[in-house]
Design a protein around this ligand. Structure first.
Ligand code: ADP
Ligand code: MG
Length: 359
């Protein structure tokens, strides 16, 4: 069975730059893992360690049960797709796709068959005689994918393959990628800083920050049960409201309002409350928790309005995402939220204490 195992991988460039810190992740047959995180968090470095383009400082890369940590990149049977496409400019599409197979001295009949299959899958049949300079960005990206697919590798690695495409095209190619890789058995590791790509494409997501693995879980869980404040703030748009609050006994203090804390052995002196803007409403009869405030900003997002509200009795701000059809009178509003929609995080560690989707 196809499987990729990363075992305690570390990469140190110098004592100040440690872009990969003790990362262990398994990617099974048919799985699509996304490495998600802000620019500079170590995603590409981790991918290069898997590909063997750089040696790990410590740890192992195991493919289908074989430790390849000291195997040359060309012998790992990995296919990699880069943001820059990395096509040969002087070669036709056909030759670009066939190049890797020719290097491996595959019989030309088999090469022709494989290239044709892949060209058909990617809708490239009518472009086979073109050169990269005569094609659009989206078409070039498909050729780069074709080069990876035709190899039938043990592992696919993709580093921000959509980031050179404009927004509309990116959406289209993203959907194509999903369909394409659903049919592949080989594990896929996909790097992006774009949360939408991570949410839509992946069977599991590894959120990275500063070289550390923050959370490894299916996309739904990353969204509904973020493991810590970093993940909570990084995934979700508009961003989750994250408010650092003082506590009084078993209540968190939000301006003039008190919000009961989850049951904790010792009540903390401070806590971070997280609530997604879509979980904050203009008062709903079934919600018990209400907050008054003043709207100071309305942003029209088309389907929704994002309203920013200053909470009564404080300088704290909370944002609510409302259906565009919803109306309100004046600037003073009452907001409500369901207590079970609140996430609680430790002020010092940022770790989840309790909240949504738990218990
Ligand atoms: P990402 O792909 O998540 O944007 P990278 O993996 O490219 O991040 O980089 C992670 C960190 O490692 C960055 O701080 C980057 O500057 C640093 N880095 C990358 N390559 C090298 C290198 N060859 N030498 C020193 N530092 C590097
Ligand atoms: Mg990168």
């Amino acid at each position: 069975m196809a499987k990729l195992e990363l075992i305690n991988l570390n990469k140190t460039y110098n004592p100040k730059v440690i872009p990969v810190k003790d990362i262990s992740i398994d990617v099974d047959e048919g799985e699509f893992l996304t490495l998600l995180g802000p620019s500079g968090c170590g995603k590409s470095t981790l991918l290069r360690l898997i590909a063997g383009l750089e040696p790990a400082t410590r740890g192992k890369v195991v493919i289908n049960g074989r430790d390849v940590s000291h195997v040359a990149p060309g012998k790992r049977n990995i296919a990699m797709v880069f943001q820059s496409y990395a096509l040969y400019p002087h070669m036709t599409v056909y030759d670009n796709i066939a190049a890797g197979l020719r290097l491996r001295k595959m019989p030309s009949d088999e090469i022709r068959q494989r290239v044709q299959d892949v060209a058909q899958k990617l809708g490239l049949q009518n472009l086979m005689d073109r050169k990269p300079g005569q094609m659009s960005g989206g078409q070039r990206q498909r050729v780069a994918l074709g080069r990876a697919l035709v190899r039938q590798p043990d592992v696919f690695l993709l580093d921000e393959p959509l980031s050179n495409l404009d927004a509309l095209l990116r959406e289209q190619v993203r959907a194509d990628l999903k369909q394409l890789f659903e049919k592949q058995q080989a594990p896929v590791v996909y790097v992006t800083h774009d949360q939408t790509e991570a949410m839509t494409l992946s069977s599991k997501v590894a959120v990275l920050y500063d070289g550390n693995l923050q959370q490894l879980a299916p996309p739904h869980e990353i969204y509904t049960r973020p493991a810590n404040q970093f993940v909570a703030g990084f995934v979700g748009s508009p961003q989750m409201n994250l408010l650092s609050l003082n506590c009084e006994g078993n209540n968190a203090v939000l301006g003039d309002f008190r919000i009961s804390l989850p049951n904790l052995a010792t009540p903390p002196s401070h806590i971070v409350l997280g609530i997604r803007p879509e979980d904050v409403h203009l008062v709903k009869p079934e919600d018990t928790l209400t907050i008054q405030g003043e709207i100071f900003l309305v942003e029209n997002l088309g389907m929704q309005n994002l309203i920013s509200v200053r909470v009564k009795g404080s300088d704290l701000k909370i944002r609510a995402l409302l259906p565009a059809s919803q109306r309100w009178e004046g600037e003073d509003v009452t907001l409500s939220m369901a207590p079970q929609a609140i996430h609680w995080f430790d002020v010092k560690t940022g770790d989840r204490i309790m909240g949504r989707d738990r218990d």
